[in-house]
Design a binder for this molecule. Structure first.
Ligand SMILES: CC(C)(COP(=O)(O)OP(=O)(O)OC[C@H]1O[C@@H](n2cnc3c(N)ncnc32)[C@H](O)[C@@H]1OP(=O)(O)O)[C@@H](O)C(=O)NCCC(=O)NCCSC(=O)/C=C/CCCCCCCCCCCCC(=O)O
Length: 188
């Protein structure tokens, strides 16, 4: 699921909740759709932050749902709706942003990362390609050669490398959510 709160007066905070890594289960995807709708229809909310509970952004597809019947909202339109949002959306990345989790962050307008976070598209290690537009959004963001390296090796990058490549906009050693909320206030 995803929890919605309003912080700092005008920032809608969406917190992914699916221990242990806030993977994109059907309930989490439905939670994102519902909380996005709520934040977008609230006139007092000027910008949004998406984070994960317990200092982990998102580990991607929920491996516990592999082999089960697909249910819940599909990821591609969900991420597209975030990207098309008229209110700026900031991803607060702690722990990991992997696979569909990084694709979710790439759909946000800005990404703030904790210095200890790891980011990557490990789909290739499962015999897959990033199918929720990560193979389009990442090259647009960092260029084809760097994106191809990440997509074809599935390797995880540190926050420092992600900053240098241009995947994230800012790295912090402190509270990522606080930094993302501050950033969200500055771009609203
Ligand atoms: C780096 C890790 C996340 C953590 O490593 P570590 O700290 O060493 O801890 P672990 O012991 O490995 O793990 C701790 C516990 O967490 C559980 N865990 C880990 N990852 C997941 C997960 N993704 N889902 C559920 N649970 C997870 C793990 O089992 C442990 O549990 P327990 O303590 O034993 O109970 C490391 O774990 C890691 O690297 N994890 C794997 C990351 C990964 O491969 N993620 C998937 C990427 S691929 C992907 O996102 C999409 C695949 C396409 C399939 C589509 C299926 C339909 C679903 C639709 C929604 C998503 C669509 C995405 C489309 C796209 O890929 O483009």
């Amino acid at each position: 699921m995803a929890q919605y709160t309003r912080v700092a007066g005008s920032v809608g905070l969406i917190t992914l909740q699916n221990p242990p890594v806030n993977a994109l289960s059907a309930m989490v995807r439905q939670g994102i759709v519902d909380t996005m709708e709520r934040a977008l229809s609230a006139p007092e909310v000027k910008s949004l932050v998406i984070c994960g509970q317990k200092e982990t952004f998102c580990g991607g597809a929920d491996i516990r749902e592999f082999g089960t019947k697909m249910s819940g909202p599909p990821l591609i339109p969900l991420i597209h709706a975030i990207e098309a949002s008229t209110k700026p959306v900031v991803a607060a990345i702690e722990g990991v942003a992997l696979g569909g989790g990084l694709e979710l962050a790439l759909g946000c307008h800005y990404r703030i990362s904790h210095s200890k976070a790891k980011l990557g598209l490990p789909e290739v290690t499962l015999g897959l390609l990033p199918a929720a537009a990560g193979s389009q959004r990442l090259p647009r963001l960092i260029g084809v050669p760097a994106a191809l390296d990440l997509i074809t090796t599935g390797r995880h990058v540190t926050a420092a490398e992600a900053l240098q490549l241009g995947i994230v906009d800012q790295v912090t050693d402190h509270s990522t959510v606080d930094a993302a909320v501050k950033f969200a206030l500055s771009v609203a």
